[in-house]
Design a protein around this ligand. Structure first.
Ligand code: SF4
Ligand code: SF4
Length: 474
């Protein structure tokens, strides 16, 4: 497929994520970042060179490389998503060798965490006295997940609840916008109304879709051509922000509670956005973790950069985000360009998430690779859930799940430890902005300062107390 090749490159470390020259639309948050970036650029222009800085700030056109992939890259198989696989009776029966790997890492344990339903012990009425794992904490988390569970179903479901593919409510009349910019502004203003923290719009890109799509609940396999209700042209990407104070209490259930609220927000925001577009006469389907790789689409929509731990880091919000998507046939929009924020270079010098990870699931390797390099990576029956052929840091997420099963929470210590995870203070925004142009040694120094200032420590019981006081002035 011709499109598959456009991001396939022979990669040298100097070439990857090469910035390009064409400008693209930016939302208000990124405009602010650019202003700050330009301020930072003014300071550093003498050393870094104005042309390089300007290019970094302008973004990368969609037909250039923004996530390098290898020639043999194939779109990810929806049946290889870990939660889909682990909760599907049919897939488990079909791939006994994967079950072996799964059992080796997860199922042999007396699991406190259930792949399908989250916390197992709380649902059985078993209560703990361990701070951060008490009835209070689990009840908080269940409250956060409730709307998502009620109106969407499992976080990995396809074509269910608010993420249904039904198009019976598409308005007969098509609303016409006067310009592409007016259309993009309107969509992003609607996103703001629906409480999204950021919104970007990317052209639809089949490389980032799951092929085939799979719903482990109904055990149905779907094809884009035969089953999806329309040919998507654009993907609207929405970020929801998770609570800083709750996340700081990782790896306790408080971090899981803010993740659950993030999933609820994803369903609400993407569900509302899809309904809005259908009301304008265009076809639209909301998606959470289903349909396609959310991180790739967030990068494509200019909202952030892929980071060492596998998630996206967004300016100002860091990794404390959840990503939802809306696939639509509407394409009269100004697309956002992917852009560099200095994350790759920072991650090369930082590794704080990998050090903090209790499961050792995140690689400590300096450089990104096209394949996983963790222990056991030579066994394809073990690496089936990695997206092989994408130039990134590859985690061993089975180990991550193993820790969740042992601990009884969805952890998130990696997010809490990351130096990009900050409250929204102006000086943090300034540091984010200058980070776009800072050289590696500055990143190393920033990591050390971050530790010195007390950010990102995990397993701190005081953080649990802080959270339960954080709403006092609400
Ligand atoms: S969630 Fe926890 S176990 Fe999983 S990768 Fe992050 S730090 Fe490691
Ligand atoms: S903790 Fe450091 S290495 Fe890990 S994602 Fe954040 S910046 Fe990158």
């Amino acid at each position: 497929m011709a499109e598959e090749k456009k991001n396939s490159v022979e990669v040298s470390e100097d070439e990857v994520m090469a910035p390009a020259s064409e400008p693209g639309g930016v939302d208000e948050g990124r405009r602010n970042l650019l202003k700050l970036g330009i301020a930072g650029a003014g300071v550093a222009a003498a050393t870094a060179g104005g042309v390089v800085i300007a290019k970094k700030l302008e973004g990368i056109p969609h037909d250039e490389t923004y996530i390098p992939i290898r020639e043999d890259y194939k779109p990810f198989d929806g049946r290889s998503l870990m939660q889909a696989f682990a909760s599907s009776k049919q897939l488990i029966a079909k791939y006994p060798e994967r079950v072996k790997a799964w059992e080796r890492e997860v199922r042999k344990r007396d699991s406190k965490w259930d792949v399908v339903g989250g916390n197992a012990e709380f649902r059985k009425g078993k209560m703990s006295d361990v701070p951060g794992f008490t009835q209070l904490d689990y009840a908080l988390s269940h409250g956060a997940w409730h709307t998502q569970s009620k109106f969407h179903g499992p976080a990995y479901g396809t074509n269910v609840g608010l993420f249904s593919w039904a198009q019976s409510d598409v308005a007969k009349n098509k609303w016409k916008f006067k310009s592409r910019l007016e259309a993009s502004d309107t969509i992003k203003s609607a996103a703001k109304l629906y409480h999204a923290a950021r919104c970007g719009i990317a052209p639809h890109d089949p490389r980032w879709d799951y092929h085939p799509l799979y719903d482990p609940v109904t055990e149905k396999e779907y094809s884009w051509e035969k089953d999806f209700p329309f040919k998507p042209k654009s993907v609207i990407v929405l970020l929801s922000e998770m609570d800083y104070v709750a996340m700081a209490a990782a790896p306790t259930v408080l971090a899981d509670a803010t993740s659950g609220q993030g999933y609820t927000d994803m369903a609400n925001q993407a569900g509302s956005m899809a309904k809005f577009l259908r009301g304008l006469g265009y076809q639209a389907v909301a998606a959470g973790n289903d349909l396609g790789i959310s991180t790739a689409y967030a990068v494509a929509a200019g909202l952030g950069e892929l980071a060492r731990a596998g998630w996206v880091i967004a300016p100002e919000l860091g990794p404390r985000i959840r990503i939802s998507k809306v696939y639509t046939d509407f394409d009269f929009v100004e697309y956002d360009n992917p852009r560099e924020y200095g994350v790759t270079s920072f991650c090369e010098n930082c590794k704080r998430c990998a050090v903090a990870c209790p499961a050792k699931a995140i690689t400590l390797d300096d450089k990104r690779t096209f394949e996983p390099v963790y222990e056991g990576a030579e066994d394809p029956d073990y690496t089936w859930n990695n997206n092989i052929g994408v130039f990134q840091w590859h985690s061993d997420s089975k180990k991550c799940w193993q820790y969740w099963c042992e601990s009884g929470s969805s952890c998130a210590a990696c997010i809490a430890a990351c130096p990009y995870n900050k409250p929204d203070f102006w000086h943090h925004r300034f540091i984010d902005a200058q980070n776009v142009i800072a050289p590696g040694w500055v990143h190393s120094a920033m990591r050390e300062f971050d530790i010195l200032f007390g950010y990102g420590d995990i397993n701190n019981p005081q953080k649990i107390k802080d959270f339960y006081k954080s709403g006092r002035k609400l």
